[in-house]
Design a protein around this ligand. Structure first.
Ligand code: GCB
Length: 655
């Protein structure tokens, strides 16, 4: 995919020209924005959008943020790395004074915070100081580290220093697990580049810029919401800002194995098919893939672009939830070597069935937000992943929906290890700017970054491209592009989206129809419904019928209702555990009667923060649809679902 910068051509260079409206609104703002830094772009785009809206221009592409990131390096944990996690100096900058002067012009001198400048005399005016500005922990959201930042949306500058003795032959990269939402990265007072999107990893090469001593790394992270962003301004989750996942220095040989795909061929349980990509000056090499435990060793040659594709037969124990077998896979080129732990399984759809390793499977799932299980804020660690997935397993799950954006890599690796199948998702949520090409480009980029990071994880079986999006031509075009992207980046996995069906009432008989036109492009249908919470009474579910336009499997990707842990009453008193418990009981009656249902991921494992949820003493800015409270206590409905999943397990013991 071309970078955004590659699409720019020559054009305007000054703000006055831009505000003179002497440009094509589809092209030139991008060009002049390219010359500006992050905050300028963001605040100027807001102004431009307001101006253009006033003069009647309804469609306007927001300023895409230039991503000059290096191609993603796969499997960071298997490389020679140095962690930059820990306490970082942090300056909270709600007015972006670290980037713009009082005329909203880019700061050119040392006043730009990325310079980390110190006054040279008693007289000199310098209005910032990282060293006395307090600290934030990385990884971590800023919202739950300081009370004053709980609702904060804007910029925070981060700084840390490091020394690095690099061997002259090697190359060094900076790797960020994720920063929400926009990240501008500077090393030793120079801009490295920017990244847009809050949930996917990115790298910058710093081989020629790193010093043995006294490097200072500065990041400006901005989590302001924007209409043209992905997600857009309206969500039902907390907009946690910050460097939310680990930061790592990755030291690799001059020519290294950048990425590889070692998976079973679509539809096969014996044929391994994949590819490998080298990065560096020696692109033509012999590369060997070894799976010692299976006695496999195959050698291939990369072409002049450093690429090779391969296929060979194997006789492996297949990965499944009941036996999550991972093999050590060794990958060696003439200049680099690394190891991964990979599971091998097949996943397909036949009619309304989902087949894992050729056998029909029912996905006993639960939806999960990326919130820490036993403390406040974003989850990011292996321990967080283990606790969340242990709760899912205790519930009887063989499947989780990681909503509504790509979760951290530890979660995917833990799912591989624990035997939990995964639905991964991008934050194309509710109503985003379907007509804006840069919004589409951004969504495609986030999808590709997720796939690039996770495409060797056996647990991951479904890519979801959207959640509850309204049907219209522009949206259909947008989603079809994402579906096509997912299939072409990885043809082995299934593609889905959480849709919304509609109700038809005929003489008191309620039927729900699944007929979203996007259904024809998907491998698996997802559907969210809130019968008994936002619509109708819980008991109405008992007699509701479901029909589908498509001969495809359905996953009920959401249903549920809120309950405050410890609040009790009768089954028709909202917010009580009894209401939620009763709702689940009636849902199960309905779900059992849907002939093409092949899975479900009720909403949701754990209560999570949401600014939309304001009701005092009940919500207190938490969505309470969790089966587990935000303090880890299990609500009554947890046990209803657990009972149902046990029944299903008895009926289908091998999943
Ligand atoms: C939905 C959304 C989910 C919300 C949930 C709710 O349909 O997909 O993000 O949190 O409903 O609780 O309303």
């Amino acid at each position: 995919m071309p970078t955004l910068r590659a699409r720019f051509s020559s054009g305007l260079s000054s703000i006055s020209e831009a505000f003179g409206f002497g440009f094509n609104v589809y092209e030139s703002p991008n060009v002049f924005l390219e010359t500006l830094h992050l905050a300028e772009r963001m605040s100027l785009m807001n102004n431009l959008v307001s101006c253009l809206t006033l003069v009647g221009c309804l469609v306007f592409p927001s300023g895409p943020v230039v991503a000059q990131v290096a191609p993603l390096i796969a499997n960071i944990s298997a490389r020679q790395t140095t962690s930059l996690d820990g306490q970082w100096q942090a300056i909270v900058d709600p007015y972006d004074v670290g980037a713009l002067d009082y005329r909203a012009q880019p700061l050119k001198n040392h006043q730009g915070f990325y310079k980390n400048y110190k006054p040279q005399s008693e007289l000199e005016l310098v209005e910032y100081d990282f060293d006395s500005s307090g600290q934030l922990h990385v990884p971590g959201d800023w919202n739950t580290q300081r009370e004053s930042l709980l609702f904060y949306e804007g910029s925070v500058w981060y700084k840390r220093s490091f020394d690095y003795a690099k061997s002259p032959k090697n190359r060094l990269f900076l790797h960020f697990g994720a920063c929400n939402y926009l990240a501008a990265v500077y090393l030793n007072g120079e801009e490295l580049g920017e990244h847009e999107g809050g949930f996917t990893p990115f790298d910058f090469e710093i081989t020629d810029r790193v010093r043995a001593h006294g490097n200072f790394l500065v990041l400006r992270i901005n989590n302001s919401r924007g209409k043209d962003q992905v997600p857009t301004i309206n969500t039902d989750w907390w907009n946690y800002g910050g460097i939310t996942r680990p930061v790592t220095l990755v030291d690799v040989p001059e020519t290294f194995v950048q990425d590889y795909f070692v998976q079973l061929e679509k539809g096969s349980t014996r044929q391994i098919k994949g590819w490998l990509q080298l990065n560096g000056p020696r692109l033509q090499q012999n590369v060997t893939i070894r799976i010692p435990e299976a006695g496999l060793s195959k050698t291939f040659q990369t072409d002049s672009k450093g690429h090779t594709e391969f296929a060979f037969s194997s006789d492996l124990t297949l990965w499944s939830p009941e036996n999550p077998k991972l093999y050590s896979v060794e990958i060696a080129s003439e200049t680099d070597q690394l190891e991964d732990r990979i599971g091998f399984r097949s996943i397909e759809v036949r009619g309304t069935d989902i087949l894992l390793n050729g056998k029909p499977l029912f996905l006993r799932g639960i939806s999960i937000h990326e919130e820490a299980p036993l403390r406040s804020g974003r989850a990011w660690s292996e321990d967080d992943a283990r606790t969340l997935l242990s709760w899912a397993k205790e519930l009887g799950c063989n499947f989780v929906r990681l909503a509504h954006y790509p979760h951290n890599e530890a979660m995917l690796r833990m799912a591989d290890l624990m035997g939990v199948l995964v639905w991964g998702e991008v934050p194309v949520y509710w109503t985003i700017r379907w007509e804006n090409p840069s919004t589409l480009h951004n969504a495609e980029n986030q999808l590709n970054e997720m796939i690039a990071r996770d495409h060797n994880r056996a647990a991951l079986i479904i890519y979801s491209v959207a959640n509850e999006t309204p049907i219209n031509d522009a949206r259909n075009r947008f989603l079809r592009q994402l579906i096509q992207d997912a299939h072409s980046a990885d043809s082995t996995r299934l593609v889905s989206a959480a849709l919304q069906a509609h109700e038809v009432t005929d003489r008191n008989r309620i039927t729900i129809h699944i007929d979203d036109p996007i259904g024809s492009d998907l491998d698996v249908l997802g559907n969210n419904e809130y019968i008994g919470w936002y619509v109708r009474r819980p008991s109405d579910a008992d007699s509701i019928d479901w029909v589908s336009e498509y001969d495809k499997p359905l996953i009920m990707s959401e249903f549920g209702g809120d309950a405050l842990f410890g609040y009790h009453g009768d089954v028709l008193t909202r917010w009580t555990e009894e209401y939620q418990e009763n709702l689940y009981e009636h849902q199960i009656v309905m779900l059992k009667r849907i002939p093409f249902l092949r899975g479900m991921t009720p909403w949701i494992l754990k209560d999570f923060r949401s600014p939309r949820r304001t009701l005092p003493r009940i919500e207190d800015y938490f969505n309470r649809k969790g089966l587990v409270s935000d303090h880890g206590e299990k609500k009554k409905a947890f046990f209803v679902l657990q009972r149902f999943y046990r029944e299903l397990q008895i009926a289908q013991p091998l999943n």
